[in-house]
Design a protein around this ligand. Structure first.
Ligand code: CTP
Length: 413
């Protein structure tokens, strides 16, 4: 367990009223021992199980309680805690708090802070099996997950209500491990420069028309966002999209394939990882008219010329860089993807069937196969582009680790 990642981190723990509150005491103790500054807030119901004094002693910090009982601190407390949190953990999380959090209800200190914070949220649900399995609770958990909250899976075993089933609060060590993993991941690409290309390119015909494609940029934006969240210096070279720029990335906006090529090459030498999610036009009109092309009777013939294959070029110039490509195919996916992997000198290629309704262009989900240079391959089920972005970066990290393991730091020469 790498506890150093918690050093100096500020964790706000919201304790809600369930029999498992006693385990939250141990969670707070372990987090503090691992170096975190822990601030506890309790709902009124939680104080029926364990007193505020216990948490104050264990955390070494004042415990925030029911906001109405301390009206003079109302403004300060929930906003202050919301702002200082590097992470907020609700343990145990009752069915009630999950419902309130899912709906954005803010009727006490814990729920108000949940609404006010921008920190990552972790919930450790604990309740009776029927309550957990109730469609309402399941729906609330889905809503929270979709919004990016982390749900620590309840354990199965003997429940306080006397039955065996799912709904137990996991052991404190498991909960602390989830928090540690989060902070470890947040640092996993620190010190690396990651360049991501996204969106489609536009090849101008005249001042008002272009040749383009159906790429929306969602996959590339999700990767750039995830890379920044993992601590990488992240450059997003993006074609025109309707998307908001992700937080923490340096964006370079381009239109045509040649503009993209130039932007990528300027950054390439100092880049550690390139992920080419952009749909680059292979051809551009031979002529770009400086005036709007007027219609005339009969046919119009356009002559197209080849654009540079940016990824191929990067493969040729490759030194220390890790290169990841995408392959958008409608047929013979494996065959084409493997050929691109080889020809473009990539470390791995993420291939997807763009003719599928639920994957590829314009969807929030993707289903991919990944082919590696050493012959390995993996098929992934349908998943959100956000989740896939995380998976691709996990594979990048594994590759970087392998690359560094391969370097003999002690040999003379
Ligand atoms: N790519 C690129 N420059 C191009 C074309 C593609 O850098 N001019 C990159 C894409 O960003 C992607 C990979 O190469 O990572 C494969 O793109 P794809 O469009 O699937 O394949 P192409 O190489 O264009 O081959 P084809 O159109 O024949 O399928």
């Amino acid at each position: 367990m790498n506890t150093s990642v918690l050093q100096g981190k500020k964790i706000v723990v919201g304790v809600t009223g369930g029999i498992a509150v006693y385990k939250a005491v141990d969670v707070v103790s372990k987090l503090r021992k691992a170096g975190a500054e822990v601030h506890v807030m309790m709902t009124r119901e939680a104080t029926e199980f364990v007193t505020e004094l216990t948490f104050r002693e264990i955390s070494g910090q004042p415990v925030a309680q029911d906001m109405w009982a301390k009206v003079q601190q109302y403004n300060v407390e929930h906003i202050a805690l919301a702002n200082l949190a590097d992470l907020m953990l609700i343990v145990p999380a009752t069915a009630n708090i999950l419902a309130k959090a899912a709906q954005g209800i803010a009727d006490d200190l814990v729920t108000t802070t949940l609404l006010a914070t921008k920190a990552p949220l972790f919930f450790a649900p604990a309740m009776n099996t029927n309550m957990l399995e109730h469609p309402a609770t399941q729906h609330n958990l889905t809503l929270l997950r979709e919004r990016g909250a982390h749900i620590i899976e309840p354990a199965t075993g003997h429940l306080a209500c006397g039955v065996e089933g799912k709904g137990r609060l996991p052991e404190p060590a498991v909960i602390v491990e989830a928090v540690l993993d989060y902070f470890a991941e947040a640092k996993s690409l620190q010190g690396k420069k990651v360049l991501v290309t996204a969106g489609g390119t536009e090849e101008p015909l005249d001042p008002v028309r272009f040749l383009g494609n159906r790429s929306t940029g969602r996959m590339g934006y999700a990767i750039a966002e995830a890379a920044a969240r993992r601590g990488a210096e992240t450059i997003l070279v993006t074609g025109p999209t309707g998307l908001d720029l992700p937080v923490g990335v340096r964006a370079i906006k381009v239109r045509s394939a040649r503009e993209m090529e130039q932007a990528v090459l300027e950054e390439y030498d100092s880049t550690d990882v390139v992920i080419k999610a952009a749909a680059v036009a292979d051809y551009r009109p031979k002529e770009t008219s400086s005036q709007k092309i007027k219609k005339s009777d009969g046919e119009l013939t356009l002559t197209l010329v080849r654009n540079p294959d940016i990824l191929y070029e990067l493969g040729q110039k490759k030194k220390h860089q890790l290169l990841v490509g995408f392959a958008a195919e409608t047929n013979d996916l494996e065959d084409y993807a493997k050929k691109k992997l080889e020809k473009k000198n990539l470390d791995f290629i993420v291939a997807n069937d763009v003719s599928a309704k639920d994957a590829g262009f314009g969807t929030d989900t993707n289903r991919v196969q990944i082919f590696y240079r050493d012959g390995r391959e993996e098929s992934q089920p349908l998943m959100s582009k956000t989740k896939l972005a995380g998976l691709i970066l996990d594979r990048v990290k594994e590759h970087l680790n392998e690359m560094y393991e391969g370097i003999d730091l002690f040999s003379k020469g």
